[in-house]
Write a new protein. Structure first.
Length: 165
């Protein structure tokens, strides 16, 4: 069977197990109902509870969320990271996507800039200052010690229409 079906072929042991189960009277290939906690805990209601917890306190830990909703740490992390699209930034959980409120604020600011440009023309562009920041990690060996010493520097760059400031 392996040359015909390739890597999608069942192993000999799995086929033997299924033959034994059907010989004992099993009639379906579907999983049987098992007692215990359901496998799927990331329901829409649970995801909403997790999102409410995160929005109430951005510095919440995964363990605290897991305890609050009654699941494992791994399930809480998956709901926060994959289910809600949040990631940890500077010890805070931050959504990857903008909320409707953020989108509305951005739209309002964009309309203000557009109105200012229509009123003042190119002169308005000289009043805009923008910037970007980055954290740079620097590793430096010391002569008296074999260890590397790390220093972290925050670089902030600002510029306007003409040049950097």
């Amino acid at each position: 069977m392996l040359p015909t079906y390739g890597e999608h072929c069942l192993s000999r042991q799995i086929v033997h197990n299924w033959v034994q189960k059907f010989s004992e009277g099993r009639t379906s290939i579907e999983d049987e109902h098992r007692a215990g906690r359901p496998v799927e805990i990331a329901t829409p209601e649970t995801l909403q509870r997790v999102e409410d917890i995160i929005r109430a306190k951005r510095r919440v830990t995964v363990d605290a969320v897991a305890t609050a909703i009654g699941c494992s740490r791994g399930q809480a992390y998956n709901m926060m990271h994959e289910g809600l699209g949040c990631h940890k930034v500077s010890s805070r959980w931050v959504p990857r996507q903008l909320t409707p409120q953020h989108k509305s604020q951005r739209m309002g600011l964009s309309l203000q800039h557009l109105q200012s440009y229509q009123d003042d023309g190119d002169d308005m562009l000289y009043r805009i200052v923008t910037g970007d920041e980055s954290w740079v990690h620097h590793y430096e060996p010391r002569d008296d010690d074999l260890r590397l010493y790390q220093s972290v520097v925050r670089i902030l760059c600002l510029w306007d229409r003409a040049s950097s400031l």
